[in-house]
Design a protein around this ligand. Structure first.
Ligand code: SF4
Length: 541
């Protein structure tokens, strides 16, 4: 019988991709995903440390599972991702019922850890526990002793943790030495040269990606760089995901080809600072980000759309901009977080550029591609931010004419440099007021940009049914069937409009229009007839 797996992902696109890669391995091991946590044999949370809200959700889910675990000791609970790496084994003090802890830099070990946790799970109370325990043969056909992890135990933790100070810890909780823990800690994994990449098991996780008939891969993520070297003071990523590691270009091209053969229409390349991509082949040759863009564009001619996120404002070369300009199927969209319009605050954030350098970059991008669509991120209320600093941010938002900006109120995050270095001295009411003011300024740019689109015909990649207007009730369920098909072989059938669809342009503008849900995953010509702040409205032509 297949084991049931509940898997929940929080956070960024990188986490979404990590989950996809890990899930494909777990499915291959015989796990079946379920939507109901209470029906699962294994529950895994892939966590994010960037926003407090996402963390609170995970804490609350773990709290809820405490009772479940008390009655079902065989339930396996895993916490993976940035929270796991940041919290480390101290997480067991609050949540001793967790069985698996795995950082984002160690995910290649997760499938074995899950298997091991399943076979070493304590038996249900009152059962003989057959098939469980040291030396027994697991449901997966290997012996528990294959995966001993006693050397990972931490004596200090045992002393600190009241659960393990008692002679008889609750049976629901896994013995400490049988917990599965894989954290990067201070270890550094680098595979930016060919020789080391061959040895990197984390690379193997990406390489092992497989697509099954029925998987929806029309919009797919492909990682090109892991980690970050920037150490912005408000960010935990360099500590949880480690230093920049660049994947071999041949592996990236092969993965994109595989996805396109499986039906991908849009591939988004992922990296925390994606324009820093450089791969050293170890023989004097280097592949830069611009080289990679050209190579992908040429090697995968059947891919209609290639995107990438997130760009860092510094070190974005003219060659990379030229590649975007020259390659018709690379989307004219750049997400380049500015974070502040004040040099003083940028310095406190350790961003490594000035406002003028940021402006020079967006000017350069627009000189190469006048139709480029730019998006940014801003943090308001960073420690010591004055009204004057904030006014400079407002000026930058006005100058930037961004398609949209993701605007956040600063909150101190555990594990970051800023939490130790600065007092969170901007009152919440001020943060809120600045947040609202900046949203209003950005809103004016949004509506102005969007109005310029009215009357134009744009190609729109259909993502699904719009949440704004749903005509689901009138929609026969039997039609919501998406077959797995090769894009090149796709047969375009006449379709009847019966719902409101949502899609994106090459410039990442959101477009709503009437259509048939079976259009999902297709790129269609849509004439823009109306514009609101965040959404364009159109009709098929
Ligand atoms: S560039 Fe800065 S904000 Fe972005 S991931 Fe790296 S440290 Fe975090």
């Amino acid at each position: 019988m297949k084991r049931k797996l509940y898997f929940e992902t929080f956070g960024c696109q990188m986490n979404v991709l990590d989950s996809e890669l890990v899930l494909s391995q777990l499915r291959a091991q015989g796990f079946e995903e379920v939507e109901d946590r209470t029906a699962a044999d294994v529950v895994i949370f892939n966590t994010c440390s960037v926003r407090e809200h996402a963390e609170q959700k995970v804490w609350s889910r773990l709290g809820e599972l405490r009772e479940t675990k008390a009655t079902r000791p065989d339930l396996v609970i895993g916490v993976i991702g940035c929270m796991a790496e940041r919290e480390g084994e101290s997480i067991f003090k609050r949540f001793p019922h967790i069985d698996i802890l795995c950082g984002p830099g160690e995910l290649d070990k997760l499938p074995a850890m899950v298997r091991n946790a399943c076979v070493t799970a304590p038996p249900l109370p009152g059962t003989p526990g057959e098939g469980r325990g040291e030396g027994s043969v697991s449901d997966f056909g290997f012996r528990i002793s294959d995966f001993g992890s006693k050397e990972e135990s931490n004596p200090q933790f045992a002393i600190d943790n009241p659960q393990f100070m008692t002679p008889n810890p609750p049976p629901a909780y896994r013995e400490r030495e049988k917990r599965q823990v894989a954290l990067m800690g201070a270890a550094v994994r680098r595979s930016s040269t060919y020789e080391t990449a061959k040895e990197d098991n984390l690379e193997l996780l990406d390489l092992a990606r497989s697509v099954s008939p029925g998987d929806n891969v029309r919009q797919a993520y492909v990682r090109i760089t892991r980690g970050c070297n920037k150490f912005c003071t408000y960010c935990v990523v360099p500590f949880t995901r480690g230093p920049e590691v660049h994947r071999p270009p041949g592996n990236i091209v092969d993965e994109v080809k595989m996805l396109v053969d499986a039906g991908a229409v849009e591939v988004t390349l992922l990296g925390q600072t994606i324009n820093h991509y450089t791969f050293d082949h170890g023989d004097g040759r280097k592949t830069t980000f611009a080289d990679l863009l050209y190579r992908l564009h040429e090697s995968v001619p059947h891919l209609p759309r290639l995107r990438f996120v997130t760009s860092f404002p510094r070190d974005f070369t003219d060659l990379a901009l030229q590649a975007m300009r020259d390659c018709a199927r690379i989307c004219r969209y750049l997400h380049v977080p500015a974070q502040s319009g004040s040099d003083r605050i940028l310095k406190a954030m350790n961003r490594g550029y000035t406002v003028q350098q940021y402006i020079d970059f967006i000017d350069r991008a627009r000189a190469y591609m006048p139709d480029i669509s730019l998006a940014s991120d801003f943090i308001v209320g960073f420690p010591t931010e004055t009204d004057e600093d904030f006014a400079k941010t407002v000026t930058l938002v006005k100058y930037g004419r961004f398609k949209n900006s993701f605007i956040f109120k600063y909150s101190p995050r555990p594990g970051t440099a800023a939490i130790d270095r600065f007092v969170d001295d901007v009152p919440d009411a001020v943060k809120r007021a600045r947040n609202n003011q900046l949203l209003a300024v950005q809103g004016e740019a949004c509506i102005e940009n969007n109005r310029q689109m009215v009357g134009k015909t744009l190609d729109v990649m259909v993502e699904g049914e719009s949440k704004l207007v749903s005509k689901r009730a009138a929609y026969p369920a039997s039609k919501v069937t998406l077959g797995w098909e090769r894009r090149r072989d796709a047969i375009i059938e006449p379709l009847q409009p019966n719902t409101q669809l949502i899609g994106r342009t090459r410039g990442d503008q959101v477009v709503c229009f009437d259509g048939d849900l079976a259009m999902k995953g297709r790129i269609l010509d849509v004439q823009i007839i109306d514009a609101k702040n965040l959404t364009l409205f159109g009709k098929r032509v």
